[in-house]
Design a protein around this ligand. Structure first.
Ligand code: 6LW
Length: 484
């Protein structure tokens, strides 16, 4: 089952304006933050920007841990404007609102919500124009989103199914004669699910749906697991749809997912005033993604993400025209301050290549889960090396001499199609260089399970990209190709 937005795109929130749908996701320690997508059919999504693309909107520093930063946005269109509410779980963060007239930006600077605690904020307006901000737990605040002011005490609305952990990801909607409160519960791991309650009023009391959870793949053979954290949208023809997160675990037991939590789509029908969620709808399968970035433009395309910031003095296409230049800060991929620019791994099998010139430094091509879980191939001073860091242990796996001058570094990810035994990993990652005649000279093949969320922990998935570990490294192009 192919997601509608593959790769690390969790906590989707969607809204529709006329014929156009817009969707946003969490972005954690990456900059720019909050990818914004557009679609006309809910199946084919194109990234049109990132809402948080200026340091005044998103300030993440080296002490922002991986899997912290920006969580779980809600996107709504109200009164002719787009409203986005997110949590920055890192220092000096909290909940904040951004607005825009166009979803591709520019988005405003943040309007902090100092009185709103908790994560997973939602915004809903009632007929009197009162804005309700509902957060995980589930608690609700009355706010003015234009000023960030909070009125009165928070109300406890509903804590989900008795005994289920982590009632979170609330979204409040007026549908027909009812107010519906959609939540996720059971935790964002294998127990995840979606439940709903309704009321005649936005602030409750809420009556749970007798059929809860209305969606969960817990304990099933479904290839997509951890389904939850959903949002609802109605299409112009009156049909209803749910966007949600799910993962695709691979390998033996317990199963390892490597792409993070991805965005899926499911149809929704209504019976007796309650939603019934259908089978997941597959994403587009008729095109094979081959993307080449030549670094000829001043700005990187919106799918390029960096770690914590992207300052022009460290990462620029303007220094050597047609090349991406990275100036090292920090000592390499173990270092939270590393200068890195990459894209989400979005396919279970894929190939990434880059032509780099390491004459003035050391750097290369990395597959990153976090600072403690990454594999990379790097070049410097007539040598290439494959490095692996798994938890506290980092090692050089292979090395070989290469001629001085620019060279092509390659990583090939192959989904495991057969399992050796119950412990077999979900995929393998092969690192090497491309010889002048175009053949692949492999240096090392590594088990992908160590770059999975089940091993690394946290909320994110793999990102493949370029980094500088010392001095200055220039990259002429980067190519990413789907192989399955
Ligand atoms: C998010 C929470 C969750 O805030 O994961 O799946 C957290 N649900 O709702 C981070 O993505």
């Amino acid at each position: 089952m192919i997601p509608v937005i593959p790769g690390m795109h969790p906590d989707p929130s969607v809204c529709r304006v006329g014929e156009d749908y817009y969707l946003v996701c969490s972005s954690f320690e990456y900059f720019p933050g909050i990818p914004v997508f557009h679609s006309r059919d809910l199946v084919r999504w194109k990234q049109i920007g990132n809402a948080l693309e200026r340091p005044s909107q998103l300030c993440l520093t080296a002490d922002t841990p991986s899997s912290a930063g920006i969580y779980a946005p809600t996107l709504r269109h109200h009164d002719g404007r787009f409203w986005l509410v997110v949590t920055n779980v890192s220092h000096g963060g909290g909940n904040m609102v951004f607005t825009a007239t166009d979803p591709d930006g520019p988005w405003s600077d943040p309007i902090p919500l100092p009185g709103v605690g908790g994560i997973d904020p939602d915004l809903a307006w009632d007929d009197d124009g009162i804005c309700w901000c509902t957060v995980a737990g589930v608690h609700q605040y009355r706010i003015d989103p234009a000023t960030g002011e909070t009125f009165g005490e928070p109300r406890r609305l509903w804590s989900g199914t008795p005994g289920a952990k982590a009632p979170e990801a609330p979204h409040l909607y007026r549908i027909g004669g009812h107010w519906y409160l959609l939540i996720a519960e059971g935790g964002t791991e294998r127990g995840h699910g979606v439940s709903i309650a309704r009321s005649s009023s936005p602030d409750g009391p809420f009556e749970p749906c007798p059929a809860n959870p209305i969606l969960s793949h817990r304990g099933t053979n479904e290839p997509v697991q951890n389904t939850g954290h959903a949002d609802l949208v109605q299409s112009p023809d009156g049909t209803w749809w749910m966007v949600l997160l799910g993962v695709r675990p691979g390998g033996g037991t317990p199963g390892w997912h490597v792409l993070g939590r991805e965005t899926f789509l499911a149809p929704v029908t209504w019976t007796d005033g309650w939603p019934i969620v259908g089978e997941l709808s597959p994403g587009p399968s008729d095109s094979v993604v081959v993307e080449r970035d030549d670094f000829d433009l001043a700005d990187l395309p919106p799918h390029w993400i960096s770690l914590r910031d992207r300052l022009e003095q460290h990462c620029t296409t303007k220094e050597r025209p047609g090349w991406l230049t990275l100036h090292a800060r920090g000592s390499g991929m173990d270092d939270p301050a590393v200068v890195f620019a990459g894209r989400r791994q979005q396919h279970l099998s894929c190939l990434a290549r880059t032509l780099l010139d390491p004459a003035q430094g050391r750097g290369g091509l990395a597959v990153r889960l976090d600072e403690d879980h990454h594999y990379e191939i790097e070049a410097a001073h007539g040598e290439v090396r494959v490095l692996a860091r798994i938890g506290p242990v980092g090692t050089v796996v292979a090395a070989r001499p290469v001629p001085e001058g620019p060279l092509v570094l390659v990583v090939r990810v192959d989904e495991a199609r057969t399992l050796r035994d119950a412990r077999s990993g979900p995929d393998t990652l092969s690192f090497g260089v491309e010889e002048p005649d175009g053949t692949f000279a492999e240096l090392a093949t590594l088990d992908g399970k160590y770059l999975s969320t089940e091993v690394a922990g946290g909320f994110t998935g793999r990102v493949i990209g370029l980094y500088a570990a010392a001095g200055t490294v220039h990259f002429d192009w980067f190519e990413y190709q789907q192989l399955n």
